[in-house]
Design a protein around this ligand. Structure first.
Ligand code: AMP
Ligand code: MG
Length: 420
């Protein structure tokens, strides 16, 4: 058996994250394809969305009330002649032009008639027959949005590279786009390794474990905008592992799980080194997830003059470690491959519900339960048996972040947490 590859280095959590972000920043997205508006939700725009007309297309009343000239109600109460009504969808005809001493009843969403420069809310008025009493003054420009104030025709509303959430879908809908150009979903290969791992359809033997990692990763990949490519389980045996790694490198990114610890049969790094992979780090000072590996491997393809490079992550096999390291490091690579900007990792703050004691030296991301109501967020560690405890993770809803220099945190302290 060849000797272990030289370690590229064990780095801090922050260094590891920065290394991944730098590489993610160099990735160019795949080709664009056409998607129906609703199926484009969650995908990344490959075309800019421009305003097809002014937004709003007319000066739009934002209140129910009376359109009038602000100078006519500088002194209140004031009585104005009522000359008509404009509801949403009406177009103000010439007869409804507002002259001195006049008002038009107007509804939210209706076009402001010419001559008027403000709307007084109906709450501050009293209508009697053909006149209306105004009890409160308004400034010119109040309670309507001028034509084109949100965007001018031809102006950029949402640029390519933005991931479409429901607001992005609303923008596309509002300019009449029923189809959109989005980037192709990147194909992310998932290769679980381990002699003890069996496919989930099989009844496991007494020492065997069902392959849950391929499925948790596939779900995480889908949520991040990628298309999982599930490979068969690789045994802890170099030649079959090697051929499955080579198959995985055909995808846009390869995720391996298991086989990256220091055990005699942890062969992933060794096989990747034989394939002349570059390693950017071979461990991070975190728990769970310490043995994580990140690198890139070139492959020669027939008929192509330069090698094709594919990034890979070797994630630790313990199921919770696999899940955490995906959130911490894999997600930005997938975001970049989908054509989007890698998003920074954002920690939230909550008060610790009960004291935490731990060892110093590693930054910890421990399954925890976030609860409380409104602004009173409280967080508590989930009770768990370590990074193999999927049930504890499934009952949790966040990760409590413990800095490497803290061995005790008291109840009531503000702590950081990460939402998966
Ligand atoms: P390893 O990282 O290969 O040393 O594996 C660490 C632990 O994770 C072992 O207890 C494995 O049985 C378990 N494990 C590894 N791969 C998987 C997988 N695909 N699904 C579920 N558990 C796994
Ligand atoms: Mg293993």
């Amino acid at each position: 058996m060849p000797s272990r590859p030289p370690a590229a280095g064990i780095v801090s959590f922050e260094e590891a994250r920065h290394i991944v972000e730098q590489h993610a920043g160099r990735i160019s997205p795949g080709e664009a394809e056409t998607a129906e508006l609703l199926s484009a939700s969650g995908r990344v725009l490959a075309e800019p969305i421009l305003a097809d007309r002014d937004f709003p297309p007319f000066p739009r009343a934002t209140r129910d009330g009376y359109a009038l000239r602000a100078q006519d109600v500088a002194e209140v109460p004031a009585r104005l002649e009522l000359i008509g009504e404009i509801k949403a969808g009406d177009w103000p005809a010439g007869s409804r032009n507002v002259k001195q001493g006049q008002a038009v009843a107007i509804m939210t969403g209706a076009p402001l008639p010419p001559g008027a420069d403000a709307v007084v809310m109906v709450e501050y008025t009293a209508q009697t027959g053909i006149s209306v009493e105004i009890k409160r003054s308004v400034k010119s420009g109040e309670n309507f949005v001028p034509r084109g104030a949100e965007a001018r025709e031809g102006q950029l509303l949402l640029d390519r590279g933005n991931r479409l959430d429901h607001a992005g879908i609303a923008i596309a809908a509002s300019v009449g786009k029923s189809k959109l150009q989005v980037f192709r979903r990147p194909r992310i290969a998932v290769l679980s390794t381990g002699d003890e791992i069996v496919e989930i359809e099989k009844i496991p033997g007494p020492s065997q474990i069902r392959n849950s990692n391929t499925y948790s990763l596939s779900a995480q990949i889908r949520r991040a905008g990628g298309e999982p490519v599930r490979l068969p389980i690789a045994p802890d045996e170099p030649s079959r592992l090697r051929s499955l790694i080579e198959e995985g490198l055909e995808s846009d990114l390869l995720l391996l799980t298991g086989g990256v610890s220091m055990g005699k049969y942890d062969l992933v790094e060794q096989v990747l080194a034989e394939l002349k992979a570059e390693f950017y780090f071979t461990g991070a000072q975190i728990q769970p997830g310490r043995p994580i590996v990140f690198g890139r491997c070139g492959q020669w393809r027939t008929g192509v003059s330069a090698p094709h490079h594919t990034y890979f992550f070797g994630l630790p096999g313990n199921p919770v470690s696999t899940m955490v390291t995906f959130e911490l490091f894999v997600r930005p690579m997938i975001q970049a491959l989908t054509g989007g900007k890698p998003q920074p990792l954002i920690f939230l703050k909550a008060r610790l519900k009960s004291e935490v004691r731990t060892k110093t030296g590693l930054k910890r991301f421990l399954p925890a339960v976030l609860c409380g109501e409104f602004e009173n967020a409280e967080v508590e560690l989930a009770r768990w048996q370590g990074s193999g405890d999927i049930a504890a993770r499934a009952g949790a809803n966040c990760y409590l972040v413990i800095p490497p220099d803290r061995e005790q945190i008291s109840a009531g302290e503000w702590v950081s947490l990460l939402l998966p």
